[in-house]
Ligand binder design. Structure first.
Ligand code: MN
Length: 134
C-alpha cells in the first residue's frame, strides 16, 4: 500500500539507490541503512512494514540482523526479505530455513521489485488479520 514504510538495508550504494527509486516511485516511504546494526536500530525505532535485507553486510551481517529482529517481540512480526547475489541451487531454501520471509536475487529486476514488495506486504497483513472462519 502506498505510504507504507519499507526499510532497505544494503551497503552497495548503487543497489540501494535503485531499489529506493523504484519503491519511492510506487509511493512507499523508504528508510535506509547501510549496516546491519543501523538496520536493526532503525527497524526498532520506526517499525517498518517490511525489511529488505542484504545478506552480505560489513559488521553485523544480514543473517545476524535477521536473528536480532526475530528475537525481539517488537520487530519479530516484520517480514524480512533477503537481498542476495547468491543464485546457487539451494540458496533460497537455506535463506528460508535461516528465517527470512522471502528472497530477492541481485541484480534486482526493476520490473519485479514493486510487485514482489506488494506481495510480501499483503502476505504480512494477512498473517496479522484475525483468523478467518472456515
Ligand atoms: Mn552487501
Amino acid at each position: 500500500m502506498p505510504g507504507e514504510r519499507i526499510l532497505i538495508v544494503e551497503d552497495n550504494a548503487k543497489n540501494l539507490k535503485l531499489i529506493r527509486d523504484v519503491l519511492q516511485y510506487h509511493g512507499y516511504t523508504i528508510l535506509e541503512a547501510t549496516t546491519g546494526e543501523e538496520g536493526v536500530a532503525l527497524a526498532l525505532a520506526q517499525r517498518p512494514a517490511l525489511v529488505l535485507m542484504d545478506v552480505q553486510l560489513p559488521g553485523m551481517d544480514g543473517r545476524t540482523a535477521l536473528q536480532t529482529l526475530k528475537a525481539n517481540p517488537h520487530t519479530r512480526h516484520i517480514p524480512v526479505v533477503a537481498l542476495t547475489a547468491f543464485a546457487m541451487k539451494g540458496d533460497r531454501e537455506r535463506l528460508l530455513a535461516d528465517g527470512f520471509d522471502g528472497y530477492m536475487s541481485k541484480p534486482i529486476a526493476i520490473k519485479e521489485v514493486a510487485q514482489s514488495v506488494a506481495q510480501y506486504l499483503q502476505g504480512a497483513s494477512m498473517d496479522e488479520s484475525s483468523p478467518q472462519p472456515h
